[in-house]
Design a protein around this ligand. Structure first.
Ligand code: ASP
Ligand code: MG
Length: 423
């Protein structure tokens, strides 16, 4: 059994849905097809939520536009698809009813109840189309089998319950292909949850782990994993193979190709992950596995994480940083739910680089200032070069001021400020 994941980056119109069928016709494997919301639907649903939550009636028009978009795709796919259009309409009116009748509760809870619909609509259309094309397909509501805690918007999988339920839901003695949703899950009591933005890759990996898949393929609008963002470095090349470890390092450092949580469930069961081009499915793409082949090994990998703030925390009384101070300071970061991207500590200061999320950071700094001296540089970025050499680092440092540097044998990371003329 294999798991194929198709995201909104590639499936945004009727052509995209047809291309899923084309890809599936090229394999005889048992499959779980994980789909996420079409195109930019998740962003659009976030706007619906925001307006609704703020009691702004505009949410109706916003939802209307999302409905038209889906209906247009469905009409192009089904000339005579009344059943599919009926179930789509039903799912839309469920959300409409919810918005018109529910009393508004906690924001994160509401987020999951509303934003999760993107995946439901997309999967209804994809499953319906594949059925129409003659595939042996069943639609599965993942909220009944991927069981999570109730940490809304960032729900954690309950592995024991989910393992049992997924085996029941995805029975390959019954069907060859199952179409289901990424990104969403359900609590034991049946409330909808989401796993964090871009979480569908993670869903694919979790299902692969629980059901012992042979491999996972994530279909993308790029030839595979590239050694840099081509919008930044225009000579970016595809990597043929990287290790799980490199993939984790890349996504942690800011590469947007796969969700950071995706690798662990695959690594734990040694399941290979392929990132392949959606519109050139015959091409090999990039293999992520325990071995990294040497073909492109020499190519440096460049990753850029923008919109960072470098915070320096200094004890006021010149007491050493290591020991109590270190744990007090990090406890404060954790309490404010600020994720640490890079740390460097000396005898008298702790330097921490984090995403610049204004409100959170302001509160954190205010808190820290009660006991420490706090300095900071905003508007900085973290540049990471894996498999680095002198030429590679010189290239990306041109026009940048280095505020901090960290080097291991394979990876170098810089916190920099952009000056004029940098790339
Ligand atoms: N649709 C969700 C999002 O856009 C999940 C995903 O695409 O993986 O974040
Ligand atoms: Mg998406």
């Amino acid at each position: 059994m294999k798991v194929y994941k198709f995201g909104g980056g590639v499936v945004k119109d009727a052509e995209g849905v047809k291309n899923i069928a084309r890809i599936l016709s090229g394999t005889d494997e048992n499959l779980i097809v994980v789909v996420s919301a079409f195109g930019k639907t998740t962003n659009a649903l976030e706007k619906v939520l925001e307006t609704w939550y703020n009691k702004n009636g505009e949410f109706r028009a916003l939802l209307g536009r999302i409905y038209d978009y889906h209906l247009d795709i469905a009409r192009k796919l089904f000339t005579d698809g009344k059943e599919v259009i009926d179930s789509l309409n039903l799912a839309f009116s469920k959300l409409e009813d919810y918005l018109l009748t529910e009393k508004i509760r906690d924001y994160d809870y509401e987020y999951d109840q509303i934003v999760s619909y993107g995946e439901i609509w997309a999967s209804i259309i994809v499953a319906g189309y594949l059925q129409k094309e003659g595939f042996d397909v069943e639609w599965v509501d993942i909220r009944n089998c991927l069981i999570t805690d109730d940490n809304y918007r960032d729900a954690g999988i309950l592995w024991g319950e989910s393992s049992k339920e997924t085996k029941r839901c995805f029975d390959f003695l019954k069907r060859k292909i199952y179409v289901t949703q990424g990104f969403i899950g359900g609590t034991i009591t049946g409330q909808t949850t989401t796993l964090g933005r871009e979480g569908s890759d993670y869903t694919a990996a979790v299902l692969a782990n629980m059901l012992d898949a042979k491999e996972v393929v994530v279909w993308k609008d790029v030839p595979g994993i590239l050694n840099a963002d081509p919008l930044w470095l225009d000579d970016a090349v595809k990597l043929d193979a990287i290790s799980y470890k490199e993939a984790v390092e890349m996504s942690f450092s800011g590469a947007k190709i796969i969700h950071p949580k995706t690798i662990k469930p695959l690594h734990n069961k040694n399941i290979p992950l392929y990132v392949k081009p959606f519109f050139n499915p015959g091409e090999p793409g990039t293999l992520v596995s325990s071995i990294s082949r040497v073909t492109t090994d020499a190519v440096p990998v460049y990753i850029r994480k923008e919109n960072q703030i470098l915070i320096s925390v200094l004890p006021v009384d010149f007491s050493f940083v290591m020991g109590d101070n270190l744990s007090i300071v990090f406890h404060s970061f954790m309490q404010h739910r600020v994720k640490v991207n890079l740390v460097q500590a000396s005898a008298v200061s702790i330097n921490v680089c984090v995403d610049y999320e204004k409100t959170k950071i302001e509160k954190l700094i205010k808190d820290l200032k009660r006991d420490y001296k706090v300095l900071y540089n905003d508007n900085v970025e973290i540049l990471t070069v894996m498999r680095y050499n002198r030429e590679a680092t010189a290239r990306i440092l041109a026009g940048r001021e280095i505020l901090l540097e960290q080097k291991t044998r394979r990876v170098v990371r810089y916190v920099v400020r952009c000056l004029k003329n940098s790339i």
